[in-house]
Structures are given as C-alpha cells and as structure tokens.
Design a protein around this ligand. Structure first.
Ligand code: NDP
Length: 480
C-alpha cells in the first residue's frame, strides 16, 4: 500500500508534522537527507501511526500514491532549492511539492513559476505554531493552485488546529500568497510581543511593580479582550523565578532580542509596497537597538528625567490605562498588517480573503487570540473596508481608549521609558484621522529644491513655482 503523503526534512518541525499526519490516520512516507533522523523517527514514534521510512529520494517517491504529495520541511534558502531540484527530477506532471518552511514569498513565486512549467504544483505554505503546533495542530497558510488544494487541502485541514470546529487552514491564493501571509503573521507577532514588553516596562517603571505582580496583571488581562497565547505565556514568564539566584527570571536574561528575519522581510516588503506598517517596523528596530551593546554602553550616561513612580489616582488608574493603550495599539498593528496583505493581494493578483486569514490565525499560531475573531467578524461584515480602525467595534474601542492611550504615552515620555510601539501606533492613529497633514509643507520643500511640482487644494492640475524668482510666478506644468 502506498503512502498518501510524504514528509522530507525531519528536524523538529518536519518530524512533528509527519507524526501529526500519522496520528490522523494517514500513511506517511518519511525521508531525510541524513538517514539517522528517519530511523530515529520510526524507532521512537513508529507506534503512533503508519510510517514508511525511505532512505533514498527514489524510494521515497516510489512509496507515494498519485498524485504524489511531498511536504518539504528543510532549512529555508539554498537547502529548499536543493531539495526541490532533487525531487522535481523524480516527479511527474500533476504531482504536488509543498514547501512548508519559512521561505521568502518572492522565492516561492520564482519556484512556483519554474515548477509550473514542468507541470508540477508547487505549494508554498506558511506553518505557524512552533514544534508543539506542528504536532498538535498548527495554523496553516497554503498558497498555490486551486487544483493542488483540492487534494492537499483536506489533509492539511485535518491536521490543523480547530477553533469552534473550523480548521485553522484555508487556501490563501496563488503562488507566494501563503508565504506572504505567514511573513505578515510573523511581523504582527513582532509587534504584539513588543507592545506587551513595553506594557510590562511601563508597569514596572511607572508603578514600581515587581515582575510577579505584573504576571498577575497580565493574568487578569488574559481573561478579557486581550485573551491570547502571547499574553498567557508572558504572565507565565513573569511569574517564573530563577532557581539559581532566586531573582525574577526576566531579570537574569540578557536584554537583547534576536531575530531570524521574517520581521525584517515584512518591513522591507512594507516599504516596497508603500504601506505604513510602523508598528512592525518599530518592533523590528527595537530588537535591533537592544542588540547594539556598544552603542548602548556608550549612550548609557546620556541625560534623562528622574523615573519617579506615579502616585495617587494616576497610579491607581495606570494599569487600566496601559490595558487600553495596549489594546488600541494592537488594533493599529493588526490594521497595518492586514493593509499590507491587501496591498500585496492587489499587487500580485492574489485576491486574498482577509476575513479568512483572520479566521485561520484564531488558533494554532503564535498570535492566536480571541481578538482575531473580532477581526474576522469585521471583515465578514464589510470585506472592502479601507481600514479596520473604522469598523464598528474597533472604532468604538479606539474612541474609548484614546484618553488612556494618550496619557500612557505621555507618562512614558515624561519618565523617559521608551515605548516605540505604543507611540507609533498612536501617531498612526492621529495621522490617518488628521484633517490636514504637514505633508503640504514637505511637498512645497520638494518643489523648492527639486522642482517636483505640487497639486493645489482649490484647482485642478500640477504646478511648479519658480522659488528663486523675486515674483515667484506659479505655472501649471501638466497639460490641462
Ligand atoms: P531546520 O531549519 O533546523 O532545518 C533542518 C532540516 O533541514 C534537517 O532535516 C536537515 O537535514 C535539512 N537540510 C538542511 N540542509 C539541507 C540540504 N542542503 N538538503 C537537504 N536537507 C537539508 O529545521 P526546523 O525543523 O527548525 O525548521 C524547518 C523549516 O520550518 C524551516 O524552514 C523553518 O524556518 C520552518 N519553521 C520553523 C519553525 C520552528 O518553530 N522551528 C516554525 C515554523 C516554520 P539533515 O538532518 O540532513 O541536516
């Protein structure tokens, strides 16, 4: 009997995906460049289901029923190309090659186009949830042809996380769309984590709370609208004490956040598309700043205000204010991320259903949260809305939050506590709602030094002013 699917690349992610498939009753062919990993998997987990170990690419392919479906779960980059090249030779038209690693969507577009020429379906799919998710139910974001989804979709939906019985897996769109959506998921994750970290820093700096107390605050928040995996693990981390020193665990960790690159890709792509994703950008830059130890050491004695903790009613209100600021900033960060997905959809002709993206992020992935169901509902009510900020419930929540939000950012500025995420979110909110922006002045400056022209508020046309002329004559420069 042939296997219905194969997994190649059996490090943590691939192994757990293969086990998840086997636990769901699928016969799974398993393969890895280094055969030891394949043997290990079968020895340790063989009893969980039906595995067909293969120790060469040829025998792996031969073990699969048609159309063959192979999930590639190897280190993203050159390894993915090497594995694709190897298998493309052995597969036949109609077969499906799935890249479930964290590829850049542009690579996925390139690979998909090349394999399509050979009659193969290439499915770039985002998988989120880490190793635990891969085993127990990740959020899955497959791109690729609709035809490939007809055979592959049911398997992926089977092994995905479920929320209210609905699988956290849906066909995103053609070619690189799945990896694009996964990339933005990770960008939003950066932003979410940064906002939570700033909230912690504020509760500590402005109230003098200990991490264990802040763990309690987060635990309470996690019972409300902020209910999410990231808030939950934050509260657990903050409650944790270092066994060796007895200090709060968060204090014994070096304050340098690393990154593997998906945040950077999201920001680079946001710049290319011209979509302001300032929340994700600030979060990514905040990680960079944290790692610049020489810079930080050199700047450590720069002047700052005294960090006098709040007192009285301001202190009493502050934790609630931070909850409001965190929530409002989160709405902005997600609104920006969804804007970016929409813009990419238009740029690349993907026709992505944003409500469906929100729906499959409700479970399995790192940013899973109650909140995502509200986003799903907002897009369901009005798929064409220009921004989440103006949709019914979010508009009201932002209005209700804004006084607290402003007060939290003001307090942070006054005490010298850096809050790039909360601050940029508020600046974006004020920016998009401003009746007039100083961009008029910027455009005048551009016309002054570079003859870049401008449009007027009161007349049609494109104009240029001869700024060096004493009389400054204005001329219309387009053809009326
Ligand atoms: P790694 O990214 O550490 O990759 C190791 C695997 O890649 C091994 O199976 C290794 O084979 C294989 N490999 C490396 N180079 C080659 C090559 N040239 N030819 C063939 N195989 C090669 O494994 P992970 O399980 O951590 O991640 C797999 C993918 O999933 C990555 O793309 C990652 O970005 C993505 N991902 C990871 C998540 C996580 O939480 N770890 C979450 C979501 C996605 P060998 O044993 O022979 O060395």
């Amino acid at each position: 009997e042939k296997a219905s699917i194969g997994v190649t690349g059996l490090a943590v992610m691939g192994r757990n995906l293969a086990r998840n498939l086997a636990r769901h009753g699928y016969r799974v062919a398993v393969h890895n460049r280094t055969p030891q990993r394949t043997r290990d998997l079968v020895e340790r987990f063989g009893s969980e289901g039906e595995f067909v170990p293969a120790y060469s690419a040829e025998s792996f392919v031969a073990a699969l029923s048609r159309p063959r479906q192979i999930v590639v779960m190897v280190k993203a980059g050159a390894a993915t190309d090497a594995v694709i090249d190897e298998f493309a030779e052995l597969l036949e038209p109609g077969d499906v090659l799935v890249d479930a690693g964290n590829a850049h969507f542009a690579d996925t577009r390139r690979r998909e186009a090349a394999l399509r020429e050979r009659g193969l379906h290439f499915v770039g799919t985002g998988v989120s949830g880490g190793e635990e998710g891969a085993l127990h139910g990740p959020s899955i974001m497959p791109g690729g042809s609709e035809e490939s989804y007809r055979t592959l979709g049911p398997l992926l939906e089977d092994i995905a996380a479920k929320v209210d019985g609905t699988p956290c897996c849906a066909h995103i769109g053609p070619d690189g769309s799945g990896h694009f959506v996964k990339m933005v998921h990770n960008g939003i994750e950066y932003s979410d984590m940064q906002l939570i970290a700033e909230s912690f820093d504020l509760l500590r700096g402005a109230l003098g709370y200990e991490p264990a107390q802040i763990a309690e605050v987060f635990r309470t928040w996690n019972t409300g609208r902020l209910d999410s995996y990231l808030i939950e693990i934050t509260s657990e981390v903050l409650a944790h004490t270092d066994a060796e020193t007895g200090r709060p665990f968060v204090d014994v960790i070096a304050d340098q956040a690393e990154q593997k690159g998906t945040g950077r890709w999201t920001v680079q792509t946001g710049l290319d598309l011209g979509i302001p994703i300032s929340g994700i950008a600030e979060a990514t830059f905040a990680r960079s700043l944290s790692g610049h130890t020489a810079l930080r050491a050199a700047a450590a004695d720069l002047a700052g205000p005294p960090r006098t903790p709040l007192s009285g009613s301001a202190a009493q209100r502050f934790a609630d204010d931070v909850e409001q600021a965190l929530y409002a900033s989160k709405v902005v960060a997600y609104a920006q991320g969804f804007d970016q997905i929409r813009a990419a959809g238009q740029e690349y002709g993907w026709n992505i259903d944003l409500g469906s993206v929100a729906a499959i992020w409700r479970g399995g992935c790192i940013i899973r949260a109650k909140f995502l169901d509200d986003i799903r509902a907002a897009f369901a009510a009005d798929p064409a809305q220009p921004t989440l900020l103006t949709s019914g419930e979010f508009r009201k929540a932002l209005e209700a939050a804004q006084d607290s939000w402003r007060s939290v950012v003001a307090t942070a500025v006054r005490l010298g506590i850096p809050t790039p995420g909360l601050s940029t979110a508020l600046a974006y909110y004020d920016g998009v709602r401003a009746p007039r922006l100083p961009a008029a002045l910027v455009q005048a400056q551009r016309d002054y030094f570079g003859a870049h022209t401008y449009r007027r508020v009161d007349r049609e046309g494109t104009f240029h002013t001869e700024w060096a002329e004493p009389t400054r004559p204005e001329s219309r420069v387009d053809q009326p």
